[in-house]
Design a protein around this ligand. Structure first.
Ligand code: NG1
Ligand code: ZN
Length: 550
């Protein structure tokens, strides 16, 4: 055990003083707020990442600088643990504490206490790999991060401008290099090769897919998708749009997965571009979310969200496992959140085990690890498929007794390579969807008809204190404020197929209200009525009550 290099930390920390009035919180998506306020946070995250690496015996930790689907002035930062998964939750509180130490002196005291409390052996090496998205505030924030890493003398690698899922891939690839769990070459080239090779094998022999239009949200998905297209060659015709990463204010602006999911319509820039029947999809600003859609022959918009992706992919995998003769050994399960459309939950539950967990990828990811093969997607399009070691071993060692079994086993092996198992990955998920559509000879129409979404509405309510709202039962019921859930139940009963729940957002200072019903106008009405209850209960200024809250 050596001591923290106080002088070094001090001399660098004074260049990154904390803004006095701000309070930062490491939430479900790391720290996320206005980019120009994050300098001190990035510096301290650099220190924290170095300490996390020391704690884990010098394993490489990832740091991603992004604010995903948020508007361009926002930025954020999150840590990635050694297997490419989200930071262990017990460290989220430590991150918040360190970020809020008011002065350099207070930071040093907090760091000393933290090192003692978590028993970090400071003599261990520390290694960090970081990347950023295309936001203009990114380069400066990365400089602050590097100061934090240097304050602790960490070894670091700059992975440049790349997507969140590529960074997660790199972390896993670096930490598993040379082991029997080696994940791939630890470069962007390694990532692109792994995905494109697996895709070509899976699509081989199938009719060439019709052209796919990808909305890159004017974000970092654009340059990576350009490269991916080169690797894919002519295996799939792709047209990229919203690739303007240098246009100020364009990022996530009226485009991208969050825009499509939230507004339930086409990005305006695609209106005159997308042909009826053509498949299109939108990535979000760091390319970890994916939403598909198409226009029918009457030019009506149809959205194929995370729930529809789950339905498509889970049944494909179940069929393959069966065809491989492994249905006794490998059980496939699904994880969703309360935001999953009620129709999707019904459709899936009739076929597979389905678990509902609280919002936030870490919850879904951990629950999915409990299945042999766990398929998880948030309705907003973030998700992936996890193949457990048991399932992977079964797939590699199973001796096929027919050519059909052998083909199915090959497909499963290639799927394991195609799917980014560290985190939701829009580009990997897109290739996965394309594989399933090609194998099933589905267009968007057949895919969409697996089940019909219940009309739904998501509403934000600004309240005095969102922490006054606590939930139970995977966020489907409110515990506090007391009595409010009863009033919601009372309302919901009056709507055919009604369902509604309320929870505080983990990424914005709002409370979210979700409602669904058999008829769209009823879903809207229910959402606004519940929003009204929430607003009245949470002590907002009555003169500010939005008119639409009925
Ligand atoms: P919050 O703000 O806690 O609702 C949002 C998404 C989550 C998740 C996180 C992280 C919805 C309703 N919520 O969380 O699903 O993706 O952001 O980015 O989509
Ligand atoms: Zn994202």
């Amino acid at each position: 055990m050596s001591a923290l290099p106080h002088d070094n930390i001090r001399s660098l920390s004074v260049k990154h003083e904390k803004p006095s009035k701000l309070k930062f919180q490491y939430g479900t998506a790391g720290f996320r707020t206005l980019g120009e306020t994050l300098d001190s946070v990035l510096f301290r995250v650099g220190i924290l990442a170095a300490l996390r690496s020391k704690k884990l015996d010098g394993k490489t930790i990832g740091v991603m600088v992004t604010a995903s689907h948020n508007p361009e002035p926002d930025n954020g930062v999150k840590l990635v643990d050694p297997r490419g998964e989200m930071l262990e939750s017990s460290w989220e509180g430590h991150a918040t504490l360190l970020a809020n130490a008011q002065t350099t002196d207070a930071l040093l005291v907090a760091l000393d206490e933290f090192v003692k409390l978590t028993k970090i052996d400071l003599s261990k090496p520390s290694r960090v790999v970081f990347a950023r998205d295309t936001r203009p505030s990114g380069p400066k924030l990365v400089e602050s991060l590097v100061d934090g890493l240097e304050a602790l003398g960490a070894e670091y690698r700059d992975a440049g401008v790349t997507t969140t899922p590529v960074l997660h891939y790199l972390v896993r690839a670096i930490n598993t290099k040379g082991t029997k769990e080696a994940y791939g070459e630890d470069t962007e080239h390694g990532y692109l090769t792994k995905l494109s090779d697996a895709f070509k094998k899976l699509i081989g022999g199938k009719a060439a897919p019709s052209p796919l239009l990808i909305d890159c949200a004017n974000g970092v998905g654009a340059p990576i998708a350009v490269k991916l297209c080169e690797y894919l060659g002519d295996s799939i015709p792709i047209k990229l749009t919203n690739t303007a990463i240098d246009t100020k204010g364009a990022l996530n602006n009226s485009c991208g997965a969050d825009f499509v999911k939230t507004s339930q319509k086409l990005p305006p820039s695609l209106v005159s571009v997308l042909q009826p029947g053509q498949r299109a999809c939108s990535l979000d600003g760091d390319a970890d979310r994916l939403i598909y859609y198409y226009l029918d022959d009457r030019s009506q918009f149809h959205m194929l969200d995370g729930d529809k992706i789950t339905a498509l992919v889970a049944s494909f995998i179940v069929d393959l496992v069966k065809a491989a003769g492994l249905d006794e050994q490998i059980k496939v399960g699904v994880v969703q959140t309360a935001y999953a459309n009620g129709s999707s939950t019904k459709y899936l539950s009739e076929r597979l085990p389905v678990k509902c967990v609280p919002t936030g990828v870490k919850h879904l990811h951990h629950a999915a690890e409990h299945y042999h093969v766990g398929v998880y997607f948030e309705a907003n399009g973030h998700g992936t498929v996890l193949f457990s070691q048991t399932a992977q071993d079964q797939i590699t060692t199973h001796k096929p007794s027919t050519p059909a079994q052998s083909t199915a086993l090959n497909h499963l092996t290639n799927l394991i390579n195609l799917i980014n198992q560290t985190v939701g990955d829009a580009l990997s998920d897109m290739l996965l969807v394309e594989v399933v559509l090609a194998h099933k000879s589905y267009s968007g129409v057949e895919w969409d008809s697996l089940y019909s979404d219940l009309p739904n509405r998501l509403v934000k309510v600004v309240v005095g204190d969102r922490n006054a709202f606590t939930t139970a039962d995977a966020e489907r019921r409110l515990v506090s404020p007391p009595g409010l859930q009863g009033k919601i139940d009372e309302l919901v009963r009056r709507y055919d197929g009604g369902r509604s729940f309320v929870r505080p957002s983990g990424t914005e200072d709002v409370v979210r209200v979700y409602a669904e019903a058999v008829i769209k106008s009823q879903a809207d009405e229910l959402a606004f009525r519940v929003a009204g209850l929430v607003f009245d209960e949470a002590g907002g200024d009555p003169t500010q009550r939005p008119k639409e809250f009925l």
